[in-house]
Design a protein around this ligand. Structure first.
Ligand code: NAD
Length: 303
């Protein structure tokens, strides 16, 4: 039974996830490079270690929640790395969003070092992390999934076992590519509707109950008004920041290239969000792409 958990990466997502594990009764030892993150963890029931390796030494399960694949692989490898420090047959769960290739490389390193591993990226953002309502997309073997289940359930409300190692990251990258394309499509629809004299509410009432229905429209509507809780009603404060969407689309573009899939809209969405993330859009919710579409349209003032 899992008792001791090491949690490496106590950032926007990792800190509330680690706190939820401590609240669920696990002994959690955390590590982050940022002293402020360690202090916050210490104030909220998470023991603090002096290094990642020190956190891993006594753990049954080692969770990483780091920015990108290179951070995860670097944290695992080397004499002072997590794989060398952990007890034999420890379970490594990487919740970071990284490429499928990096996830598979990580899994090979884990098993070669005599441990077990899962990729378990999340959706639900910082709100879901704090509320313990994340969705986990899990790649790995059945036995490891069964061991991880109660641990992940302490941080999330939905677990989907997607398949073998890397399948969790594969599901995440495909979902976010769909999301980006659908947000751009919904935003283009609203800007065209404005120019054709349609009110936002009228288009919403039709599309939300017709074949244009999707999450980007009915939950994260890019115009203020129709969906009271969408970021458009609070100046496009995220939500899901454009910079993170651009990062995920970079992974999607890489996956498209490595598989040879001819996904014109996915590739275009990557380009659109990459440009938008270079400017002030980076820290706005990704639905603010509607303002970029308006700004680049040769049209009269919106109705
Ligand atoms: P973040 O930058 O807030 O946190 C990452 C943390 O990792 C930082 O505190 C950093 O100091 C720490 N770190 C980096 N290298 C380290 C190392 N070697 N050892 C210990 N700590 C180290 O990022 P975040 O928003 O928490 O996102 C984490 C991951 O989750 C990313 O892969 C991101 O794509 C993914 N994700 C984020 C969201 C979101 O809404 N923020 C949603 C879903 C998935």
């Amino acid at each position: 039974m899992t008792e001791h958990i090491a949690f490496i990466g106590l950032g926007h997502m990792g800190l509330p996830m680690a706190i939820n594990l401590a609240r669920a009764g696990y002994t959690v030892t955390g590590f982050d490079l940022m002293p402020a993150a360690l202090a916050q963890a210490g104030d909220n029931g998470v023991s603090v270690a002096s290094s990642a390796a020190a956190a891993a030494k006594k753990a049954d399960v080692i969770i990483t929640m780091l920015p990108a694949g290179r951070h995860v692989l670097a944290a695992y490898e080397g004499e002072a790395g997590l794989l060398a420090a952990a007890r034999p047959n420890s379970l490594f769960i990487d919740c970071s969003t990284i490429s499928v290739e990096d996830a598979r490389s990580a899994h090979e390193l884990i098993t070669a070092a005599g441990h077990r591993g899962l990729d378990a990226p999340v959706s639900g953002g910082v709100v879901g992390a704090a509320a313990g309502t994340l969705t986990f997309m899990v790649g790995g073997n059945d036995a490891e999934f069964a061991t991880a289940k109660p641990v992940l359930e302490a941080m999330g409300k939905r677990l989907v076992h997607c398949g073998t190692p890397g399948a969790g990251q594969a599901a995440k990258v495909c979902n976010n590519m769909i999301l980006a394309v659908s947000m751009i499509a919904v935003s283009e629809g609203f800007v065209l509707g404005e120019q054709l004299g349609l009110s936002h509410q009228a288009l919403f009432d039709v599309a939300a109950n017709a074949t244009g229905q999707c999450w980007a429209l009915t939950t994260n509507c890019p115009v203020p008004g129709p969906v009271a809780t969408s970021p458009a009603n609070r100046g496009y404060q995220p939500g899901f920041a454009t910079a993170l969407m651009a990062k995920d689309l970079g992974l999607a573009a890489h996956a498209l290239e490595s598989t040879g899939v001819h996904a014109r809209l996915g590739a275009m969405a990557e380009e659109i969000y990459r440009h938008f993330a270079e400017g002030e859009g980076a820290q706005q919710d990704f639905s603010a792409i509607i303002n970029d579409i308006r700004a680049n349209s040769k049209t009269k003032e919106a109705v």
